[in-house]
Design a protein around this ligand. Structure first.
Ligand code: SF4
Ligand code: SF4
Length: 385
């Protein structure tokens, strides 16, 4: 089953694979091992890689592995991640940031990155420093010179990420997404996301800041690529998962790919087997990918009535993609208007809400008790068909 692609709309519709590569699994590999992993990923159709690490050996190895096929890869490099005294360091020192960027191009053997990602902005003061200072100016210069094609920002904080998107300067957002983090309020300290205490009172539904962020990105065509899809592995382990139930890899990937705005999931693969496992998502059955039952069985979950875009209600008697219709409807209701881009996406659907015959088949399948017939009526009213 081939890998599928989604577009980074604010980067000329650049097509990126839905399953993409994080870089951590490549660190510490020999040059030969590195190339074999990259070869296998590319054979399977993966064309997108995040390079948060400033590790010079990683950069050299990637440069060697991709020699002669730079144009087949979409490279996401980080600005403000530097290598000092043999270690990674996040900095806002413009001189160090510039040197690290040039070092990155040189070691990779390329004269541009597709995405220049401003590295890790979670705090308000840091946000002000980046967006009112030299870092954002530098990114704009790099974009104007064609040394980066798009400006990105990586964050774990939905409030800060939202401000960045609202600035209009960000084309891509790298954000930590999984079902557990999505329940957590915004914090300037990303360690809160990993803290078991944050989950001890159970879950009370999706955090509104996160929901609003994803919808905003979708509306503004800011592409989200996902980090922490498996919550650092915790989501896959019943003992460690905040849900007390292990998700499988397919459920984690499916959850992310069904959030509005998401184009890619950066899977942290450490071997060719793990790359193959991630891509086998496309061969997994609907049941294997279905995360909705885990969420809907949570005692303290308050999702009733809210569409989670899980697609569990399919098939519709007349072929309406209920999850997509609900997504576009929610984007409009949040905005209190019908943005042109959303109307356009809705128009392109094969079947529209106005075709609903109110048979109720979908409602029997929805684990979250969404009143789908009402939603279809509302969508038909809002979009006019
Ligand atoms: S209506 Fe229900 S089953 Fe369908 S996508 Fe939404 S939450 Fe999932
Ligand atoms: S009620 Fe409407 S949306 Fe649901 S299955 Fe029937 S036709 Fe499709």
């Amino acid at each position: 089953m081939p890998v599928k692609y989604r577009e980074i709309k604010r980067c000329g519709g650049l097509a990126v694979s839905e399953i993409a590569l994080g870089c951590e699994g490549f660190i510490g590999r020999t040059r030969e091992e590195f190339k074999k992993m990259l070869d296998r990923a590319m054979e399977l159709g993966i064309n997108f890689i995040d390079m948060y690490t400033p590790n010079p050996e990683f950069r050299d190895n990637l440069g060697a592995a991709m020699a002669g096929r730079r144009d087949k890869l979409v490279l996401q490099g980080h600005i403000c991640a530097v290598w000092e005294d043999g270690q990674y360091l996040r900095t806002r020192d413009i001189k160090k940031a510039k040197e690290a960027f040039e070092d990155q191009l040189k070691r990779l053997g390329t004269d541009y990155l597709d995405i220049g990602m401003i590295h890790y902005v979670d705090g308000e003061r840091d946000f002000q420093e980046v967006f009112q200072g030299e870092i954002i100016r530098y990114c704009k210069e790099l974009k104007a010179e064609g040394k980066i094609r798009a400006i990105g920002l990586s964050s774990h904080n939905p409030v800060i990420a939202r401000k960045a998107v609202e600035s209009g300067l960000i084309d891509v957002l790298m954000f930590s997404v999984n079902a557990a983090y999505d329940m957590q309020p915004a914090s300037e300290d990303c360690n809160d996301l990993f803290d078991p205490a944050a989950y001890q009172n159970g879950f009370v539904g999706m955090n509104p800041d996160r929901k609003a962020l994803y919808e905003l990105c979708d509306r503004e065509n800011v592409a989200i690529d996902v980090m922490k899809v498996f919550g650092g592995g915790d989501m896959l382990n019943a003992e460690l998962s905040p849900f007390g139930v292990a998700f499988n890899e397919y459920q984690c990937i499916e959850y992310c790919l069904t959030r509005p705005g998401v184009v890619s999931v950066m899977a942290g693969c450490h071997s060719e087997n793990e790359i193959e496992k991630a891509v086998s998502y496309y061969e997994a059955s609907r049941e294997e990918k279905d995360y909705s039952m885990i969420l809907s069985r949570m005692d303290k979950f308050q999702f009733r009535g809210n569409c989670m875009y899980c697609g569990h209600c399919a098939p519709c008697s007349v072929g309406i993609n209920v999850a997509e219709v609900n997504k576009y409807l929610n984007l409009c209701l949040a905005q209190k208007e019908v943005p042109e881009t959303v109307a356009d996406h809705y128009r392109l659907l094969a079947h529209h809400a106005g075709e609903c015959i109110a048979c109720g088949r979908c409602e029997k399948n929805c684990p979250f008790g969404v009143e789908i017939i009402q939603k279809m009526k509302k969508a038909a009213e809002v979009f006019g068909h």
